[in-house]
Write a protein that binds this ligand. Structure first.
Ligand code: F0G
Length: 442
C-alpha cells in the first residue's frame, strides 16, 4: 500500500503555548530558537481510524522490513514518508505478558507487562532510535552523538552502525552496567567515558552538538519521541484498542512518558480511542526530582547528586519534565518513588515470573505495590506496566542480590527477601541426592 495518508504537513512545534513557533522538519534544532522551550512534532491529521487499524493489523503478515518493524508499521503516525531511507533492525514487536505472581505481589487482581527488553538491543530505546537515526540519514548528517546511562548508547551505536553513520557516545565513568558498555563497544561506537554524571555530560554534549553539527540523539530530539510513541500504539493494537486503566513506567530523563502521552493524545484526537489511561511514573528515591515536583509544584528543582543502583534512571535534571508534567496532568496521573530495597525485591519477583528485567524496569512493580497499598490504584483496575530493559543488561546487580552482597549507593544494607543463592556440591551422586532431598526437590 503506498504511503499517502498522514503527515505531509508535519513540522517542528514549540511546546510553549505562548510561543507556539513552527519550524520545518529539516531544521537541526532541539529546542525553540525563539524561546528555548522543548520542541515536538506536530500531530498527525486526517487518518481514518477504523481503516488504519485494519491496515496496521494486515501489515503484520507482510515480510517487508517497514511492515515487520513494530515502529514503521504505524508509519502514518510518524513524520517520515520515504520508507526506502529508514534504518530498521526489526524493532518493536515486543510482547504483552500476563504476570499473575507479580500481580499478587502488587496486590492487583491481574497485571500485564509490555516487555521492551525484547527489542534488538534489549531496551525501549530502539523504538526511538530507529526514527532518530533515520532522521540523521534524511538530514545527510554523518556523525551522531548521545550521552547515556547505557541503553541509549547501546541502541544508538547499533542503529548508527547499521545506517553507516559514526556513533559517538559519552558515558558517566563507572556508572553504567558492563552489559550496556559492552554493547556500545561491540556495535563499534567511539565510547568516551567522562568523569561527571549524566546531567553534567548532557549539558556539555548539547553544546558540542550545537558547535560542531554532530547530530544529537538524546530524547530531547523530537524524532526519538516519535518512534517511542509507537510503543503505546503497538500496545493498543495488541489489546484490540481497549485502553487500560493504568500505564506504569519508570522515569529518568522523562522522554518515554512524554512519548507515551503524546501517543494517547494523538490517538484520542484522531478517534482511535475514546479515553486516556492514567499514567504512573515511578522514580528511584535517590533520583526523584519529578516526584518532588509533582507533589510540591513551584519551581522545578533538580537533584544535584542523583543516586540509585538502577543506573538507567540515575538522572537528577530530566530534560523532558515540562512535557512529562503535561502528560501526568491531562491523564490524572501520579508520580511515585521507591527505595533501593523495594526495587531490588520487586525485580526478583519479576524474575520469579520467568520474565525478568533490569533494575530500572522493576521500579514499576515496586511502585504499583505502593500505589495499591495507598488506595490510589484499585486492585480490580486493568494495569499494564512497561518493562524498559532486558534482564541481562545488568547481571552484576542480580548476582549481588542473590548472594546478599547488594548495598545501596550510600553503603546501606539491602536484605534480599527472595535470595536464590547458587550452591556448591561435590562431584558425586550421593552428595547431589542429599542436596535435592535437603531442598525437598524429588
Ligand atoms: N528504563 C531504562 C531501562 C532506561 O534505560 C531509561 C533511560 C529509563 C527507564 C527512563 O526513561 O529517560 O525516558 O524517562 N535511559 C536513558 C539512557 C537515560 O541513557 O539510556 P526516560
Amino acid at each position: 500500500m503506498p504511503y499517502t495518508e498522514g503527515l505531509s504537513t508535519a513540522n517542528l512545534l514549540c511546546i510553549n503555548p505562548s510561543c507556539a513557533s513552527r519550524f520545518p522538519l529539516g531544521e537541526v534544532i532541539y529546542t525553540c530558537p525563539r524561546c528555548g522551550a522543548l520542541l515536538e512534532i506536530s500531530a498527525p491529521v486526517g487518518l481514518a481510524a477504523e481503516r488504519m487499524k485494519r491496515v496496521w493489523r494486515e501489515r503484520r503478515m507482510s515480510n517487508a522490513p517497514e511492515d515487520r518493524s513494530g515502529v514503521w508499521r504505524y508509519r502514518e503516525l510518524l513524520p517520515f514518508e520515504d520508507m526506502s531511507r529508514i534504518v530498521t533492525l526489526a524493532e518493536g514487536n515486543t510482547p504483552v505478558l500476563e504476570a499473575p505472581h507479580a500481580a499478587r505481589y502488587a496486590g492487583l487482581d491481574a497485571l500485564r507487562f509490555k516487555h521492551q527488553g525484547f527489542n534488538p538491543t534489549g531496551s525501549f530505546k530502539d523504538n526511538g532510535m530507529t526514527a532518530g537515526a533515520s532522521q540523521a540519514l534524511r538530514l545527510g548528517l554523518k556523525r551522531v552523538a548521545c550521552v547515556s546511562t547505557g541503553n541509549t548508547s547501546a541502541s544508538m551505536a547499533a542503529y548508527a552502525s547499521a545506517a553507516g553513520l559514526t556513533p559517538i557516545i559519552f558515558l558517566p565513568h563507572g556508572n553504567i552496567s558492563y552489559g550496556k558498555l559492552a554493547q556500545a563497544l561491540e556495535y563499534g561506537a567511539l565510547t568516551v567515558q567522562v568523569e561527571a554524571n549524566f546531567d553534567q555530560i548532557l549539558k556539555l554534549v548539547r553544546e558540542l552538538a550545537e558547535k560542531t553539527g554532530i547530530y544529537l540523539l538524546n530524547s530531547v530530539n523530537p524524532f526519538r519521541i516519535e518512534g517511542q510513541k509507537t510503543i503505546m500504539v503497538e500496545l493498543l493494537d495488541q489489546l484490540d484498542w481497549r485502553v487500560p486503566d493504568w500505564i506504569v513506567l519508570p522515569g529518568g530523563n522523562l522522554g518515554n512518558i512524554s512519548a507515551f502521552g503524546k501517543a494517547f493524545r494523538e490517538l484520542l484526537a484522531l478517534g482511535f480511542i475514546g479515553r486516556l489511561p492514567r499514567f504512573a511514573v515511578i522514580q528511584a528515591e535517590g533520583s526523584a526530582p519529578f516526584c518532588s515536583y509533582f507533589h510540591r509544584r513551584g519551581a522545578f528543582t533538580p537533584v544535584t547528586k542523583p543516586e540509585t543502583l538502577a543506573t538507567a534512571i540515575r538522572i537528577g535534571d530530566p530534560v523532558s519534565w515540562p512535557k512529562a508534567i503535561q502528560v501526568i496532568d491531562e491523564s490524572n496521573g501520579v508520580v511515585e518513588k521507591v527505595s533501593e530495597q523495594e526495587i531490588a525485591d520487586a525485580k526478583a519477583v519479576i524474575g520469579q515470573c520467568g520474565i525478568g528485567c533490569e533494575p530500572a524496569s522493576a521500579a514499576t512493580l515496586a511502585g504499583m505495590r505502593k500505589l495499591v497499598a495507598s488506595g490510589m490504584m484499585r486492585k480490580e483496575e486493568s494495569v499494564v506496566a512497561v518493562l524498559t530493559g532486558h534482564v541481562l543488561k545488568d547481571p552484576d546487580y542480580i548476582y549481588r542480590y542473590h548472594t546478599d552482597q547488594l548495598a545501596t549507593p550510600s553503603g546501606g544494607k539491602i536484605s534480599p527477601s527472595f535470595a536464590n543463592r547458587p550452591v556448591s556440591v561435590a562431584a558425586d551422586l550421593d552428595s547431589i541426592a542429599w542436596l535435592l532431598e535437603d531442598r525437598r526437590i524429588s
